[in-house]
Design a protein around this ligand. Structure first.
Ligand code: SAH
Length: 275
């Protein structure tokens, strides 16, 4: 009996035409990146060069007005490509927000840098310590609260500026993803909580700094209450017009709070409740 004929006499389908594998080359980077992500190694093609690519991003941030060396050093150190989808690694060091699933995005480096710079601007660690803040010997800040962990990138940057970062994310799946990303990146001083960030993290308060990666209204009173004396809060506020939100800075003084607008930004909305 012929092996090319199945029982019943039907012919096997004709073999697929030979494909010139060289034509598939443009896909190689992505396939390699996916394989590297599974092995938790820096993607091929970014690998050894990734510090160089990151260095270019840092220079662009500097040219765009980010002058705080502590912020720039954090951007030089944190491997952003570990926090984006394997298929998007080639865009990881562009100044763009990228999808991270569940309709959310990783924030644009220039916006994150601006927020961190505002957070650090003229901040005197000794002033914090003497005012009763949580700052210690390591890092500029003691405890920092981040609202909206997303994929964990900004948390990893904050982790280089603080002794301890508490980050709250309302989407359980993203909180999980962020924990995995941070562990893979070797970041161990960030605690990711699945919860409603509008409530802050009262059990861990007070915080030297509070930074929100989502916004749309005035900072809730829970955040103001959880700010240490001398501490500072940075959050996007209610849009002044479509596409423009004020970046609100609140400082806690010995007698109360001061509020000012530092810049205009655009963030995803802050939603209440968890999913
Ligand atoms: N910090 C991220 C940005 C994430 S985008 C980065 O490094 O790129 C903003 C995130 O805020 C989203 O993941 C969204 O789910 C989350 N978010 C929105 N409202 C929230 C709330 N009330 N509490 C906690 N997280 C919230």
């Amino acid at each position: 009996m012929s092996t090319s004929r199945p029982p019943g006499g039907r012919r096997f389908p004709a073999p697929l035409p030979a494909v010139d594998l060289r034509l598939l080359r443009p896909q190689r980077m992505v396939q390699a990146a996916v394989a590297d992500a599974r092995r938790q190694r820096p993607p091929a093609g970014l690998g050894l060069d990734s510090a160089v690519v990151r260095g270019r991003m840092v220079e662009r941030l500097r040219a765009g007005g980010i002058g705080d060396e502590r912020v720039l050093a954090a951007f030089a150190a944190v491997e952003r490509h570990r926090f984006v989808d394997p298929a998007l690694v080639t865009q990881a060091y562009e100044d763009t927000s990228l999808p991270i699933g569940l309709g959310q995005t990783i924030s644009k480096p220039s916006v994150v840098a601006q927020m961190l710079q505002v957070l650090l601007h003229e901040l005197d660690t000794r002033r914090l310590a003497s005012a009763g803040g949580t700052s210690g010997s390591r890092g500029v800040f003691g405890r920092v609260l981040e609202i909206g962990t997303g994929c964990g990138y900004q948390a990893a940057l904050l982790a280089r500026l603080a002794e301890r970062v508490v980050s709250v994310e309302r989407l359980g799946a993203l909180a999980e993803k962020a924990r995995a990303n941070l562990a893979a990146a070797g970041v161990h001083n960030v605690q990711v909580l699945h919860g409603d960030g509008l409530l802050g993290a009262p059990a861990m308060a007070p915080f030297d700094a509070i930074v929100s990666a989502a916004g749309g209204s005035e900072p809730p009173s829970a955040w103001l209450d959880q700010l240490a004396p001398g501490g500072r809060l940075v959050a996007p506020g209610a849009p002044a017009r479509p596409g423009a939100q004020p970046l609100i800075v609140v400082e806690r003084t010995s007698s109360g709070w001061t509020r000012r607008v530092a810049a205009e930004v655009w963030f995803v909305p802050l939603k209440s409740g968890t999913e």
